[in-house]
Design a protein around this ligand. Sequence first.
Ligand code: DAH
Length: 345
Amino acid sequence: MKHFTTMIERIQKLMAEVSSWSAANAEELEALRIKYLSKKGEISQLFNDFREVPNDQKRQVGQFLNELKVKAQDRLNDLKSGFEGTNCTDADADYSRSAYPVSLGTRHPLSIVKNEIVDIFARLGFTIAEGPEIEDDWHVFESLNFPLEHPARDMQDTFFIEKTPDILLRTHTSSVQSRVMTGTQPPIRIICPGRVYRNEAISYRAHCFFHQVEALYIDKNVSFADLKQALLFFAREMFGEKTEIRLRPSYFPFTEPSAEMDISCNICGGKGCNFCKHTGWVEILGCGMVDPAVLENCGIDSKVYSGYALGMGIERITNLKYQVKDLRMFSENDVRFLEQFKAAY
Ligand code: DAH
């Protein structure tokens, strides 16, 4: 009888204790579990002592004991669900933290640089214009003074889609010039970013698709001096105020005169390095005064209006900014490469 009363009393006492359990965090909860339910815990101890309960009392005591154990486990679960998902009390909660760790994506380096270029020209009053990547021969070549059979067409190896009528993948964003000029009368001041395609073998320095930004300004009395001023502004905004520019005469069918622009190498500061082939200068874009024949092709009176155009490869500018040695990195989507641009704008 002695066993029976003491066991029942001990169980009742523990039942009362379990009802008054409270735990504010996971550590306090764990302390309760250890005190009562671990191997040497008070409830487990009762199970050990249960062996000594006389046989005729075992059924009743055993039932009580099991109830106690179930109640204790339920209570632990209830307390746990009260603060699940957090390990802290209200008092030390940091409400400024995000709800869960959000891993931030990164912008593609080409997008970062494209945005920078567009931003700089936007400060000069240029607005974005876009055109299709699948184009017709007239917008890519014919209107821009590349007549059929003209050798200048060979400068850009073209992917053709249909032969008659000639539908192709645009080889340069200059096609957006003719698209806009045929639909709008000056003043026109546009900046045209986009992807272009050329049938070239893929290597570390060439790809069958890449990206360009084109700028076009048409108005009354636009001169080469305006072009030069815009170029200098762009170069210094993009590469720093110490940057120098130099214009070399060149040839493009749609501009007359045409030029290529070099900037003082921003990697060695013009002293000469591998990147600039020890010349101190790197070529970054083509430009010129829009050929009057192009204006006429697009329905703009070349006796009233003049304008300049320029075009550059975004990959090239990005290489100058970030020294990416292999062009293919831009299209392989390797997160180890892309994640390095986390901090960039
Ligand atoms: N479209 C030329 C190319 O892809 C680049 C270019 C040169 C664009 C001179 C222009 C320009 O607008 O004036 O090689």
